[in-house]
Design a protein around this ligand. Sequence first.
Ligand code: ZN
Ligand code: ZN
Ligand code: FE
Length: 752
Amino acid sequence: MIVTKKIEIKGLVQGVGFRPAIYRIAMNHLIKGTVENTNAGVIIVAEGLEKQVDSFINILPDQVPVAANITSINIERLPVQNYPDFKIIKSSSNSDEITQVSPDIAVCEDCLDDLKHQPHRINYPLTNCTNCGPRFTIIKSLPYDRLRTTMAPFEMCPTCRDEYTNVLNRRFHAQPVACNDCGPKYTLLTQHDQITDFIQLVKAAALMIDSGKLLAIKGMGGFHLACAALNREAVLKMRELKCREGKPFALMVRDLTVAEKFVILGEEERRLLTSWHRPIVLATSLGTIPSEVAMGLNSVGIMLPYMPFHHLLFEQMNSDVLVFTSGNFSDEPIIIQNEEGIKAFLDKTAAVIFYNREIVNRTDDSVAFVVNRKSRLIRRSRGYAPSPVNLNLNMEGIFAAGAELVNCFAIGKGTQAIMSQHIGDLKNMETLDFYSESIERFSQLFRFVPILAVADLHPDYLSTRYAEEMNIPLILVQHHHAHMASCMAEHGLTEKVIGICFDGTGLGTDGHIWGGEFLYGDLLGFERFSHFEYIPQPGGDAVTKHPWRMMVSYLVHYFGTGIFEEYPFILEGIDKTECNVVVSMINNKINTPLTSSTGRLFDAVSALLGICRHAAYHAEAPMQLEAVVDPYTDSVYSWIPGSSISFKPLFRQILDDLSTGISVGEISGKFHNTLVEVVVTTAKTMRTKLNTNMVVLSGGSFQNKMLLQKTENKLKDCNFAVYSQEQVPSNDGGIALGQLAIAAQRRLHNRL
Ligand code: ZN
Ligand code: ZN
Ligand code: FE
């Protein structure tokens, strides 16, 4: 019997070679009918023998391209139409619902092969196909068609057009399809010269890197700065250029074999590194990375080539490992425009290398790490954004402003939370511009009309101010409630849970700075069950640059200034006058907000161990403290439980350990173990009193691998159901998702 079925598929189905794949599957199953892109997804009409149509539908999900992600399939029976064949029909935009935009996809193996063998693509550095290439970075509007991308000005040559129109070709409807004859081209510009012949260009670039020069190279989502990582002078020059004293650099390595000379890779790390997302993976260092790159940290950020250009460059170079850092200055957004790149880098590097295709949506390299065999994100950008997170909540029309540091915003489209790419620290004008431009772009791209805004409780966050100025109803959400909700949203939790949120800073409902929080609640609201004891934070935010001030504050708070006479080594190397100023700020309560922050506790311990007293970058003290940790110690320090958790005994015991010459590695290990014990003990108390077994872990402090791993495992050993963040960062980059979930749930329950 002949039947006709309409199959509506939603999810990430555009720009990933979906329709041609459907065509080929239809051919194999002798199916007739049509497939088309709409704003809402892909619609297939399949006609054929009932058995064949059903088996076609059954195998569809398994045979779609790697980057596709089907979220729903809806099937409807139609009257028989007697189609003569199977056709891909033109995109129509007949719905206000919007489909997903694919993230950018790393170059595929087939395309790398084409660089060697396909006559019109020999060494063509922007080769792509339906399975790979730029997407989000070049899309201006939907539906996804070449004319709505920055490929529009490039007219296809006859060969490319043949491929583009041949349904059996891998480049069928590959919107950015291009070749040596018709595609965008690279240019290498020096102060005196310009090279446009690609072979000459890439050879010159390779020679410059190998001889220790710095290059600015336009990538997928913005400019990079690159140099040979094993050339000490080059790396020091790079530090100077980036005005970056202490922060480690990310590396791009030739291949996995080279990567394993520098870092330890487990199965999951290898999978992540070679995945089409191609993030920077933070992996444990083997100690073979030069110190001027790694800067004392035990993890190194490493990635594999992801554009044809990267591969072609490695072919010409002797260097196997490059410093590959984003092309920006300090905290400004990475540069995407050619003229700007030239202006910024031409006189500071040996050459600026760029191509004449525009980047519309700026993306940084994403950063991920692996704990307990799961990948976690620290920065969610290229290769991930703007993939949505699907929730069981209607979020339509909700705009979530995010927090301030490592900002991401989010918009609600139906049950999808569409998270922006990493925006950055909303502290300078350039980043704020990037923020508001991106909001406008997302609104246009996803046809988003905000009707409800949600922002952080902190009135001074520029994101909160932006939301206020939208002049639509606004919900303010406490920072750590948003952290907890972000993790809950990812895992579809709506019941009451124990929320353990450890981070650096977030305004509390009592006006103090929170950050070591044990919450109990759901998406509608929360109670604060317990928190780290309040400690004065002398100088407010400025403290984060001077971890020693938190050390002084903790010690004075617990023991008074007499402690400095008892253990004279504490203040060695610290300016006496500055120290006196800090002590008098504390005593006179001048500019000393109170904090329960985990980050500040790490600062204090890190400074006390002499590991980091002055921080060159955000969270250096906690990261350096984690870097020295001796993972084999089982000992813990004492602490005092309660609604306000005191670390007084811990500080006394650390001082005694230091006096008796116990190694900083062991002390750091004991400190980490203590925090794990604090979490587990408090969670057990909460379980008994509140009768829930579910624990949600969030906040930037859970980017600490040791802390996350041990906490998760110990909680599981005690039969807790433990949830941690995987799809969005546990740092403030994940806040917008929590804000969105809270606003949606409150709207649903009329609790705005
Ligand atoms: Zn490809
Ligand atoms: Zn061509
Ligand atoms: Fe936070």
